[in-house]
Ligand binder design. Sequence first.
Ligand SMILES: Nc1ncnc2c1ncn2[C@@H]1O[C@H](COP(=O)(O)OP(=O)(O)OP(=O)(O)O)[C@@H](O)[C@H]1O
Ligand SMILES: [Mg+2]
Length: 337
Amino acid sequence: MPSLSTKPIYSGKAKDIFETDDPSILRAFFRDSATAFNAQKKGEIQNKGKINASISALLFKLVEQTGIKTHFINQVSDNELLVKRVTIIPLEVIIRNIAAGSLCKRLGIKEGKVLKAPIVEFSYKNDELGDPLLTKAYIINALEVSDENTLRQITNLALKINELFKEFFLNVGIKVVDFKLEFGFDKDGNLLLADELSPDNFRFWDAKTNEKLDKDRFRQDLGNVEGAYEEMLKRVKEGVNKSSIQPQVNILPSFLVRVQVLPKSDILDPQGQAIEKALMSLGYKDVKNVKVGKEIVFEISSDSEISAREKVKEMCEKLLANPVIEDYKIELVVKNK
Ligand SMILES: Nc1ncnc2c1ncn2[C@@H]1O[C@H](COP(=O)(O)OP(=O)(O)OP(=O)(O)O)[C@@H](O)[C@H]1O
Ligand SMILES: [Mg+2]
């Protein structure tokens, strides 16, 4: 384990970030301090640091299991995670399933309205400006903090993570109302999910009673804040136990693949010739150019149709066909999303 330095390189509203003797690894210490309304309201939530570190560790592992890359390495103590250092993209990526918080204020919608489809929105990670809501053009052309391609990747990842969390939490009686994610690039240019995954950054409601089990209890002085955080850790552990008995959640889309392999037109095809001859002798004189090949069908999961097609092409070149004497044709249809 990297040795522990004592002076944080960054001390935020909820965590202290320390360097380790490996420059690519940081240590995030989760504190009990809590803030709300852009740090206008300050306080402490007993045991929040430990609870949030543990919930984050479990949820990052869950996300990793689906093939999405995160900064998480491991939990090294009650309050601390080792993480890969990234350059954080200064965007708060917010995913909403049910109207709450700033969305209700901004649009005059009643809290609790189930949105027609999940919304991904971006705000500028800038406390001085109060984290303003951004448009794509603001991000790309005014702030220049990201580009079209990265935003598309982030949006896709955010929606996948949302589907994963919605299913995971519904299994333990929790509605995921909304949440905030942060992404960054590591030294090798990989886009990683970073920061934390905890009730500080999520709105969680009990599925039966709609009781709030997140930082809104602190924001709105609802009492029993620590109890709510503890309850969420309990439910996350329950969810992990359940999902470890079930087959791994696979949120990648599946494709049905049909590969048709035929001898190339200039290659002698004795089987084809034999059939052609036999057909002739049965009186089918108008038949010509008979080729005999094979058809291979299977399912494959991949994050996009393009990458699935690439993989199948590779399989054809390596195994399914003999590219010197055979042509192949790939058909691909989406099985599920
Ligand atoms: N893997 C990482 N590498 C580098 N920085 C990270 C990583 N994960 C999280 N961070 C950053 O570390 C800080 C975590 O501290 P904290 O959550 O307390 O910040 P904060 O008060 O929310 O501040 P900010 O407004 O900067 O997010 C955040 O700025 C976050 O973006
Ligand atoms: Mg933070």
